[in-house]
Design a protein. Structure first.
Length: 276
């Protein structure tokens, strides 16, 4: 991942392997003057589709508050088995930061909906109380438990249909994969061809298997190494597309899946491309 602009010492504007802009958060990643490459191991969280307003919000949020928001979102998604909108972490961090400032100034809110939310959304309220404990651990500030209701609203209002979300991500990965292949080979792919349709079908099956943690397993490692050596551009495409799976779905493709993927790329390239 390439850093192209530092927002503060812990947040940078980056460009991923497909050329998409992304905000990366990680302790100390903004100390080095850009441009430069950064290891994914140093990145704690990435945010896509961020606007200028969000830049300003992130810039003024302490590291401890951002870490608390990241932990809270991760735990809520895991405990409630839900997916929250990608903007939830930043919105929650901004909310926590403002709540801390209010508490320091002894400004309290009249939360008349607290009991209604507690009765209607018990699971979300339970997570909100846990969130207050996480905030205390990360910032050494214990928010009033009355803040739980407004924190819970982030979990209630920002839930998205996980199946639909994954479908959208999968479609993006397929299209970005095509762009990578076209860029690396310097070609234009015929989107109406049978082999293009076959490639997309393979990608869909690959995504489904990967999301269900049921990737193909066999003993074709020697063949994989041979194809990798004989088709370096195809392998380069595979490495870049692997990164898409890693960054957007948290999935690492094994060598067997990479082998079949390279074979499909070769078939697509050799049979059905219209050279620019």
């Amino acid at each position: 991942m390439k850093v192209i602009k530092n927002i503060n010492n812990n947040v940078s504007l980056c460009m991923d392997s497909t050329g998409r802009e992304v905000i990366a958060f990680g302790k100390g990643i903004g100390f080095i003057k850009p441009p430069h490459e950064i290891s994914l191991g140093k990145v704690e969280r990435t945010f896509y589709n961020i606007n200028e307003f969000d830049f300003e919000v992130i810039k003024n949020i302490p590291v401890s508050v951002m870490k608390a928001a990241i932990r809270i979102v991760d735990e809520v998604e895991s405990n409630l088995n839900i997916t929250l909108m990608s903007t939830t972490t930043i919105a929650l961090a901004d909310h926590i930061n403002f709540a801390i400032k209010r508490q320091k100034k002894a400004i309290s809110l009249d939360l008349t909906l607290q009991e209604d939310i507690k009765q209607t959304y018990r699971a979300e309220m339970d997570e909100a109380y846990k969130a207050i404990e996480i905030i205390n651990k990360e910032t050494n500030i214990m928010l009033d438990k009355k803040e739980a209701a407004t924190i819970a609203l982030h979990f209630i209002n920002n839930q998205i249909d996980e199946e639909k979300s994954r479908q959208n991500i999968s479609e993006d990965i397929i299209q970005d994969s095509i762009c990578i292949i076209e860029s690396e080979f310097g070609v234009s792919i015929n989107k109406k061809s049978f082999n293009y349709s076959r490639f997309v079908t393979h990608m869909n099956y690959l995504l489904r298997r990967s999301l269900k943690d049921s990737q193909i397993q066999s003993s074709n490692s020697d063949f994989f190494e041979k194809v990798k050596e004989e088709h370096p551009i195809t392998y380069k495409c595979t490495v870049e597309i692997n990164q898409l799976f890693r960054e957007r779905l948290g999935i690492e493709l094994n060598d067997e899946e990479n082998l079949y993927f390279m074979l499909h790329v070769n078939r697509l390239y050799s049979r059905d491309l219209e050279v620019n």
